[in-house]
Design a protein around this ligand. Structure first.
Ligand SMILES: [Zn+2]
Length: 290
């Protein structure tokens, strides 16, 4: 699943290719139409596919930015601002191409769910193999309340104090630290890969109760999360399964990971262990993490 660094990579690659351009036509897949007919809302949420297509046609793309793991596109039509919120889900991927055939990997070409024709003649394409991706067309962020509850960006000045304050709440103090740092209302954009890495870096056991970790260690953990996220942004993200940037390229961070997916601890050579925390598989070293 793409995490914050991967989403940041998509935004940085997408932005210069589409900002300032106008969508002449939007077209959604047959799969999306069929799911809506069955009362399910595959990919496009809270809006009929035909209405979505019509609304997007004629919109100018003013800005592309990231908030946590969401891609925000600021759009404008007839002087009115709109916000297109996109989540990549497990396997969402964006492409900017002259024609569909330019998408080299067959699996992405086979699972195109949204095509936006740009007035410049290019195609902006959203492909999603497993279809957990999401689109929401809003006027303002307030229309989708979960977006308002996201913790500050992890690189913002107030993010550390926000995290420390949340850890004090009984709701979080009794939970395993790994579950807490992966909660988007506590820290934004720290998924399984980076939570696993940061906990290993500071030697904290993923199941340790949050309330039983000293303030100093929590600060060190927060700094480790920032560091691993920044490093991954620089490396172009981790490619664990089907993540691709908009040029169809894989990131390089997976080669730097020290604990995620490892069988042997790189520090002490002990066999790593796994346990399920908050529904997610967690890898850790039983000797180095306490
Ligand atoms: Zn170890």
């Amino acid at each position: 699943m793409p995490e914050l660094p991967e989403v940041e990579g998509v935004v940085r690659a997408l932005s210069p290719k589409i900002v300032g351009k106008v969508i002449s036509r939007a077209s959604l897949s047959e799969t999306i139409y069929q799911s809506h007919q069955l009362g399910k809302q595959c990919i496009v949420k809270n809006m009929e596919p035909a209405a979505f297509e019509m609304a997007l046609s004629g919109m100018e793309i003013k800005r592309v930015h990231r908030r946590a793991k969401y891609i925000f596109m600021d759009l404008e039509k007839d002087g009115n601002p709109f916000l297109l919120v996109n989540h990549l889900g497990m396997t969402g991927a964006w492409f900017v191409v002259q024609k569909e055939e330019d998408i080299l990997e067959e699996k992405f070409k086979k699972h195109i769910h949204a095509r936006f024709s740009l007035t410049t003649g290019e195609l902006l394409i959203f492909s999603d193999i497993r279809r957990f991706g999401e689109f929401r067309l809003l006027h303002t962020i307030d229309e989708h309340p979960p977006l308002l509850q996201i913790a500050p960006e992890p690189f913002n000045q107030n993010a550390l104090n926000y995290f420390l304050a949340k850890c004090e709440l009984p709701k979080y103090a009794n939970k395993p630290i790994k579950e807490v740092i992966m909660d988007g209302q506590v820290i934004s954009g720290c998924g399984n890969i980076y939570a696993t890495e940061a906990l290993f870096h500071v030697g904290i056991h993923p199941a340790r109760k949050t309330g039983r970790i000293s303030k100093e260690r929590k600060i060190a953990l927060f700094e480790a999360i920032q560091k691993v996220l920044l490093e991954s942004i620089e490396m172009g993200g981790s490619t664990i399964s089907d993540y691709r940037n908009i040029n169809g390229e894989a990131g390089g961070m997976q080669h730097r990971l020290k604990m995620y997916g490892k069988k042997i601890c790189p520090n002490c050579s002990a066999n790593t262990k796994t346990m399920t925390i908050g529904g997610r598989t967690s890898v850790y070293c039983p000797k180095c993490q306490h």
